[in-house]
Design a protein around this ligand. Sequence first.
Ligand code: NIG
Ligand code: FE
Length: 412
Amino acid sequence: MKSLFINIQDLVQVRETSVEKLSGEEMKELPCIKNAWLLIENDKIADYGKMDSLPEFDNIQAEDLSGKIVVPTWCDSHTHLVYARNREQEFVDRINGLTYTEIANRGGGILNSAKTLQETSEEDIYQQSAARLEQVMKLGTGAIEIKSGYGLTKEAELKMLRVIKKLKQNYSLPIKATFLGAHALPTEFKNRREEYVDYVIDEILPEVAKQDLAEYIDIFCEEGYFTTADTEKLLKAARECGLVPKIHVNQFNAIGGVKTGVNNNALSVDHLEVMRDEDIEVLKNSATMLVALPGCSLFLGIPYTPAREMIDAGLPLALATDYNPGSAPSGNMNLVVSLACMKMKMTPEEAINAATINAAYAMGLSSTHGSITKGKAANFIVTEKIPSYAHLPYSFGNNEIDSVFINGKKVN
Ligand code: NIG
Ligand code: FE
């Protein structure tokens, strides 16, 4: 099956040869073809070029995209999309003056979500999660990572990971699963943090590996959650099971988690709202991707990841939603790209690179996704008629998407 798109006003993020990731200055450039055509064959990008050199194609009905722009679908490399209920009450409590930490300390936050998830059936969680996934696909997400971490018991963590597995089976976009058993300390383990880490390592991790339920390992390395020593221990054990680290670090406090991640060859270190010079230094010359989650900063009113400082230091940066019921109840990558420009002073070129090719790298997909490259998956967004790609972040909060294609098929 072939499909041809013609008169594309701007074909964005065209890479003749695919790049792995973009760092520093490289992020400033976003290669495009103006007035372009794009040929899809089955589920892959087959060819593209300028309209004035459009070849003769027999028996193909071309779709005219005059005035519209084509961008690779967003890659969302950090989400907690599988959960059992929203937490609007905590949102209201924060408006009325409580902090995220105060809410967590009185049993709200992650523990609140864990309690609900433990009590909810696997089928119910699946249905809720599938609805969220369909919603973000319509918003242009064409590859996604999803974490466990609202189970916090062996039974409930495995239940979450089975839900992710079922989503993988039923949806055509790539989904990567991350085991986040060390997300918070369950009440039953109060004052026994090290015992909980051992429980995660000895009881849950082997089962996750045996049932092949996750590609990545995550931990919330943060004051009041888990230490760098816990992180070191967990990542080492996970490596033996073949799980690669992608970890939560430097959200509220910088306690050395960035270094622990880099030393353990983390594919990405995520959050990074609070960064010290030494954290920036340690990331230089590493293969680790930095991931910013501006939706979380917006929602919690915490600092934004210092993207300018990082990019100006020559580092790579990816953007993701952190979609979860507590700190970022939105899976809208378009808004994330807007926030990156408005609040983190990233240019539209940097933000689009961060949300496509660099985000693909942060989930091990940059050889197959994240750019318009021959042989890559035909995952792309067709915009409404808009004047330029900069209009996407500019027009914040508006939906400028006409349609989304995944593996060459239109998402309904
Ligand atoms: O990435 N920081 C840790 N975990 C999530 C929030 C989880 C929650 O509040 O439910 C995050 O922000
Ligand atoms: Fe998160």
